[in-house]
Design a protein around this ligand. Structure first.
Ligand code: 5GP
Length: 119
């Protein structure tokens, strides 16, 4: 799938839409989900134009991948969910239920997250 530069997270990255930012570095931005599914629900996105996890893992630089991975852990610790536990979700494509076609990881926590998959 080609990257859609008008997706909502691209617009947040360009500053066209506000977000409740919790973290930013050279390669990564993180903000609270607009419709939280748990007491803690943070979205972590790379600043580069990647559609999904597989796109990111294939095309991102080592520096971007390292920064992203380290940021997810740092944000989880800063959000206070690391000790009690949390869940990372990266939806990809239609079957994965991905709504926004810019790669992102959900950090969910602050209480029991529930069953892994509901069908
Ligand atoms: P996906 O289904 O693509 O994995 O998740 C997209 C997430 O983005 C959803 O949890 C949704 O609530 C969130 N979202 C959609 N639009 C906005 C927005 O404008 N701002 C923020 N902060 N989150 C958004």
């Amino acid at each position: 799938m080609a990257y859609d530069a008008d997706n909502i997270f691209a617009r947040i990255l360009r500053g066209e839409i506000p977000c409740d930012k919790v973290y930013e570095d050279e390669h990564v931005l993180a903000f609270n989900d607009i419709s939280p599914k748990c007491p803690v629900h943070v979205l972590v996105i790379p600043k580069g134009e990647y559609v999904s996890f597989d796109d990111f893992s294939a095309k991102a630089s080592e520096a971007e991948i390292a920064a992203f991975t380290r940021a997810v852990g740092e944000i989880a610790r800063a959000a206070g969910v690391a000790d009690a536990g949390y869940r990372l979700i990266a939806n990809a494509g239609a079957n994965g239920g991905q709504e926004v076609p810019h790669y992102h990881v959900h950090i969910l926590g602050g209480g029991p997250v529930g069953p892994m998959v509901c069908r």
